[in-house]
Design a protein around this ligand. Structure first.
Ligand SMILES: [Zn+2]
Length: 443
C-alpha cells in the first residue's frame, strides 16, 4: 500500500507568509507533509509534477449567487461549482438570495445544502439572510451552520428577499451579536439612489454615465456610516461587501481604528473594469454599486496593496442573456456580473503582473483572510493538518478568455476577450482532483 494518496512534487508553494520550493504529501483529504527544499521519498497512488508551477491554497470565494434552488436556469450549483474549479476556487459561500426560496430559515437552508451536497464539486458553505420577517429564525440558521448573515440596505431586486429597515438592522444585529456571528451588508442609501434615479429618468437621462451617477460613492458612504453606527450600538461584527471605492474603504478604516469590529470586501470588477466598460459591454458590466472611473480603480489597488481590504470575492451574480439587454436606457437590464471563474486571473494579471502585488498578498486576500474571518480553521494555508484544497497555476502561460472557456450556465462575462497571464492547471479539493487538462471533473 502506498504511503500517501497524492504527492505534488517540485512546486513553488505560495502562502500568505512565504514562497518556497517543495513537495506536498496528501492523505485522506489532508496535507500530511510539506517538505521545503528536500523531496518527499515515499510512495503515493498518484504523483503530480509541479516543476515550474505555483501551488496556492485554493481560493475561498465568500460571495457568490448560484441561485439554486428555484432559479437554477440562472446558474445552479453544478455549473457554478464547475466554473469555480476551473478558476482555482475550492470553497464558496453562497448568498441567501437569488435562490428561491431564499435562505432565511432552517428549512430553506436544508433545501440548498442538500442540493449542494449532491451537485457541487467544491466545498459549499452558506450565508443566511437577515430580512424584516426572520429575526426569530436567525438562531436556528446559526446553529445549522450558516457562516454569517447578509442584509440589503437598499432593494435587492428580488421579490422574496426584502431589504432591512433601520429597526431590523438594530434588532438583527443585536441578535447576531448574541450568537457570536457576523452581519454582511450591501450598503447603498435608498434615499439617495432613488431620488437621483428619479431625477435622471424624468429628464430622459439614461446613459451609462447617468446610471452610474445615480448610485454615487456618497450613497455607499452614507449607508456604511449608518450601519457602522449600529455595529457600535450593538457590538455586532460587521462585514461590508463590494466596496467600489477607496473612499468607502477609508470610512471603514476610520471605524476600525476606533475599535469597531468591521471588515471590508471588494471585487475583481471594481479592480479591472470602469464606466467605459459599462458603456461598451452594457448589461454584462452592470452591477450595484456600479463600476467607477480609472482613477478610482487605481486608488482601490493602492488600498489593496496597503492592507486596507480584508477580502477579495467575486460577487458572481449571473443571469440569462435575455435579461442582460440594454438598448439605450441603462436603468433597464438586470444588474450582476458573471465573473467567479476569473478572480485569480484578474488578481494575477492586473495585480501581480501589472502592479507588482506580491503573490503572498493575493493568497492572503483570497484564501487566508477569508478562512480566518469566517472561522475555517483548516483552510486558507498550505501546512500540515490543513485540508488539501489547492490550486496549481502556470504563471508563464497567457491566454485570451473565450466564451467557450466559461463553465457558467450562461457563457457570458465582461472578462471575455481579456488576455490573462497565469493559468490554472489543476484544482484539488480535499485531496481529490476536480479540474485538470482544461476540464472540471464530473461529480
Ligand atoms: Zn452579491
Amino acid at each position: 500500500m502506498a504511503n500517501y494518496d497524492l504527492i505534488i512534487k517540485n512546486g513553488t508553494i505560495v502562502t500568505a507568509d512565504s514562497t518556497v520550493q517543495g513537495d506536498i504529501a496528501i492523505k485522506d483529504g489532508k496535507i500530511i507533509e510539506v517538505s521545503v527544499g528536500k523531496s518527499i521519498e515515499a510512495t503515493a497512488d498518484r504523483e503530480i509534477n509541479a516543476d515550474g508551477l505555483h501551488i496556492l491554497p485554493g481560493l475561498i470565494d465568500t460571495h457568490v449567487h448560484f441561485n439554486e434552488p428555484g432559479r437554477t436556469e440562472w446558474e445552479g450549483l453544478e455549473t457554478g461549482s464547475r466554473s469555480l474549479a476551473a478558476g482555482g476556487v475550492t470553497t464558496f459561500f453562497d448568498m441567501p438570495l437569488n435562490s428561491t426560496p431564499p435562505t432565511i430559515n432552517k428549512a430553506n437552508l436544508e433545501l440548498k445544502s442538500s442540493a449542494a451536497n449532491e451537485k457541487s464539486i467544491v466545498n459549499p458553505r452558506f450565508w443566511g439572510g437577515l430580512v424584516p420577517e426572520n429575526i426569530d429564525d436567525l438562531k436556528d440558521l446559526h446553529e445549522n451552520g450558516v457562516i454569517g448573515f447578509k442584509a440589503f440596505m437598499s432593494p435587492s431586486g428580488i421579490a422574496d428577499f426584502n431589504n432591512v429597515d433601520d429597526e431590523t438592522i438594530y434588532k438583527g444585529m443585536k441578535e447576531i451579536a448574541s450568537l457570536g456571528s457576523l452581519l454582511a451588508v450591501h450598503a447603498e442609501s435608498t434615499v439617495i439612489t432613488d431620488q437621483l434615479a428619479q431625477e435622471k429618468q424624468s429628464q430622459g437621462k439614461t446613459t451609462a454615465r447617468d446610471f452610474v451617477e445615480s448610485r454615487p460613492i456618497i450613497s455607499e458612504i452614507e449607508a456604511v456610516r449608518r450601519v457602522i453606527s449600529y455595529a457600535e450600538a450593538t457590538g455586532c461584527k460587521l462585514h461590508i461587501v463590494h466596496a467600489s471605492s477607496r473612499k468607502v474603504v477609508q470610512v471603514i478604516n476610520e471605524a476600525k481604528q476606533r475599535g469597531v469590529d468591521v471588515t471590508v470586501e471588494t471585487c475583481p470588477h471594481y479592480l479591472s473594469l470602469t464606466v467605459k466598460d459599462l458603456e461598451e459591454k452594457k448589461a454584462l458590466a452592470k452591477c450595484a454599486p456600479p463600476l467607477r472611473d480609472q482613477d478610482e480603480v487605481e486608488d482601490l489597488w493602492a488600498a489593496v496593496a496597503n492592507g486596507e481590504i480584508n477580502v477579495i470575492a467575486s460577487d458572481h451574480s449571473p443571469a440569462p442573456a435575455s435579461m442582460k439587454t440594454i438598448t439605450d436606457n441603462f436603468f433597464e437590464g438586470w444588474g450582476g456580473i458573471s465573473g467567479a471563474q476569473s478572480t485569480l486571473n484578474i488578481m494575477l494579471t492586473e495585480g501581480h503582473f501589472k502592479r507588482n502585488l506580491p503573490l503572498e498578498k493575493i493568497v492572503e486576500l483570497t484564501a487566508t483572510n477569508p478562512a480566518k474571518l469566517f472561522g475555517l480553521s483548516t483552510k486558507g494555508d498550505i501546512a500540515v493538518n490543513y485540508d488539501a484544497d489547492l490550486a496549481i497555476v502556470d504563471l508563464n502561460e497567457s491566454f485570451e478568455l473565450k466564451k467557450e472557456d466559461l463553465y457558467y450556465r450562461h457563457q457570458h462575462s465582461p472578462y471575455v476577450g481579456m488576455t490573462f497571464k497565469g493559468k490554472v492547471k489543476t484544482t484539488i479539493v480535499g485531496g481529490q482532483v476536480v479540474f485538470e487538462n482544461g476540464q472540471p471533473i464530473k461529480k
